[in-house]
Design a binder for this molecule. Structure first.
Ligand SMILES: [Zn+2]
Ligand SMILES: [Zn+2]
Length: 399
């Protein structure tokens, strides 16, 4: 497509988002006011689905066997050209205690705005489009189940934006495994018959301390963190059952498998020392590292820069280490997951302070800018000379 025509399509999608800004802000605020935990996001999923239906899209609610997932497609999709299919993703789950402290209400509103704007030109642009509602990013692996059930089989490009303390092309997304770990001991009266007991809290504490010793000898980008969910009932009862939750993170799925073995050895050592038995199970599918598709990311960055929101590249001093199920998507489909600034850099994700910022004027600006940059990038994928080919050539799917 001629450069002038491409630019005029991009101007139209940007203007479409601007025209919807008031409604997008209301959607972000409404989801913020009703924080819902993983797989319970009924209000948010229903609100987004209703907005998409009202704009004339075909919406499949409860898509891919997940009650709070959805898939929205242009109603005239059978008549669309067979150009690349762009997926725009909406997250909308919150965190216990701190609500929308990860700002997924803003991901939802930005995805909605981008999706509606992209839908308004998709026929002319000769592409295809799906807007996916992806539940339970915070520890439920919604996108992993959707991947397994075919949500991305027809998708050529997947993209979303995530709020943070800075505008960055990508977070430092590392792989993660999450476990529930239980220690089974023998209860006893702690004063009368301590010799009859086997203390499951000792097992948990010794396992915790063994991990603390391990931390000195792991790679700099590896992370291990645990909490005790059940630690005993009363000091004079030898605890016969304790429960911990552990997160183990490492730069890649490969290195994660090696670190998992070492952490499990530490946790088992606690059980052995205390004469207890340990059992464990994953609480969620493992999340993979993110492979941002460079040509796609370059288009997003150019579009955001042109809108007056320059996007920086990460450096050692300027990075956000995290894990997301978008990593798993990025191993199967060319993907991007750029960060869009809301609070100042010192405000950490997953805090009450971040949750307050997620309903601010800065948040509203982030929604509009993120939506415009995503929609403009969709236009690039559909119509930019050689863009779709470059994206395909740069993609190296994981085994
Ligand atoms: Zn989060
Ligand atoms: Zn998040």
């Amino acid at each position: 497509m001629a450069a002038a025509d491409l630019n005029s399509l991009k101007e139209r999608v940007a203007a479409d988002v601007t025209a919807r800004a008031g409604r997008l802000h209301e959607v972000a605020a409404d989801i913020h006011a009703r924080p819902e935990l993983l797989y319970e996001e009924r209000f948010a999923a229903d609100l987004l689905a209703s907005e998409l239906e009202a704009a004339g899209l075909d919406v499949e609610r409860g898509a891919y066997g997940l009650d709070t997932a959805f898939a929205a497609r242009p109603s005239h999709r059978d008549t669309l050209a067979a150009g690349p299919t762009v997926a725009i993703l909406c997250e909308y789950d919150a965190l216990p205690g701190v609500g929308h402290a990860c700002g997924h209400n803003l991901i939802a509103a930005a995805g909605l705005g981008a999706g509606l704007a992209a839908a308004s030109v998709v026929a002319e642009a000769g592409g295809r489009l799906v807007i996916l509602g992806t539940p339970a990013e915070e520890g439920g692996g919604g996108k992993v189940f959707m991947l397994d059930r075919g949500a991305f089989d027809e998708v050529d490009v997947a993209m979303m934006v995530h709020p943070a303390g800075l505008d960055l092309t990508e977070p430092d997304v590392i792989a993660i495994a999450t476990w529930r770990v239980e220690y089974h001991g023998v209860g006893a009266h702690a004063a009368a018959f301590p010799e009859r007991g086997r203390n499951a809290l000792d097992a948990a504490v010794l396992g915790y301390n063994a991990v603390a010793a391990l931390r000195q000898h792991i790679e700099g980008r590896e992370r291990i963190h645990g909490v005790f969910l059940k630690a005993g009932d009363k000091p004079n009862i030898v605890p016969d059952h304790t429960v911990a939750e552990w997160y183990v993170r490492s730069p890649t799925m490969d290195s994660l498998q090696r670190l998992k073995e070492r952490v499990l050895a530490c946790l088992e050592a606690g059980a052995t020392a205390a004469g207890c038995r340990m059992t464990w199970e994953p609480t969620c599918p493992e999340y993979a590292e993110l492979h941002s598709n460079r040509p796609l990311l370059d288009r997003y960055k150019a579009n955001s820069d042109a809108l007056g929101r320059p996007v920086a590249e990460p450096t050692v001093a300027r990075r956000v280490v995290c894990s997301t199920d978008m990593g798993n998507v990025s191993r199967r489909v060319p993907s991007i997951h750029p960060l869009v600034a809301v609070p100042p850099p010192e405000v950490s994700l997953h805090t009450a302070e971040f949750a307050r910022w997620a309903t601010s004027e800065e948040a509203e600006r982030a929604v509009v800018d993120g939506a415009r940059a995503l929609a403009m990038t969709a236009v690039d994928v559909w119509c930019g000379d050689g863009v779709a080919e470059d994206i395909r050539a740069a993609f190296d799917p994981a085994p």
